[in-house]
Design a protein around this ligand. Sequence first.
Ligand code: PRP
Ligand code: ZN
Length: 300
Amino acid sequence: MDSNEHRIKIAVQKNGRLTEHSLDLLERCGLKFTQSKDQLFCYGENMPIDLLLVRDDDIPGLVHDDVCDLGIVGLNVVQEKRLALEHAGDEALYKQVFEVDFGHCRLSIAAPDGAEYSGPEDLNNKRIATSYVNLLRDYLKKNSVQAEIVFFSGAVEIAPKLGKADYICDLVSTGGTLKANALREVGTVLQSEAIIIQTLKPLAASKQALVDKILQRLDGVLQVRESKYIMLNAPRDALEKICALLPGSEAPTVVPLEGSSDRVAVHAVCRENVFWETLENLKSAGATSLLVMPIEKMLA
Ligand code: PRP
Ligand code: ZN
């Protein structure tokens, strides 16, 4: 039963900004791995779920080609591959299942310091260096711009200095790389963050059940990240006001307090962080004995 075709494979970035967050996320789903000597494969110890550690740019392709069942990768890479497949008359065989709230960045147009730029029309008849040929082509088309796209597989930011391009289109996270290369961000092509993609290929029932289980755990981990459990006592007649103040909570549990007919205990899961200001407002509304606790796991 534990043969290779019954094991799930998840593609994860080998070495980059998503790696640590991705592995941490999977560990918090209760998965344990042993890493191979070459560090490119992680064998699932406690569940038949293995990881393939690869270049991020290869992740959508591995899911499309059905080598992996799931992948954790930037939306930028996913959309670039989708457009590349469409451009070749093909169709992406994966779908997005979750945003995972890390790896936030944007694909941007950047101009050398000093170069004028007042809008996409300034890109007309210019050369733009990028690794994201398809996303850039799409952006230029939408903005009715005719420009030459110069493909760089890496180190895009040095293209203007080399005289190979007038502008670049590359990922910006902190902005440090642009700054170090005397470039400034002038327009956004795509807002991106890490997402989970899943193969569209029908899976054997046993495998599908495992994919569903891991997706449910991922959903739980992502949901509790900001969630808090809040407990407080409140006058019964202030209940409506107090419940309205609880951030992102549905149907709090109201419990009578022994020996008191006019006060109740309120327990609620708040799906947003609970700030001091909220607690102060709750107190002003009559709440006492306020307690806010982190939630470790949640299964809906
Ligand atoms: C991107 C981009 C820049 C850098 C920008 O590369 O190509 O080099 O990040 O980040 P910053 O704004 O924080 O300086 P990435 O790390 O995604 O590497 P890759 O393209 O090789 O996957
Ligand atoms: Zn990459």
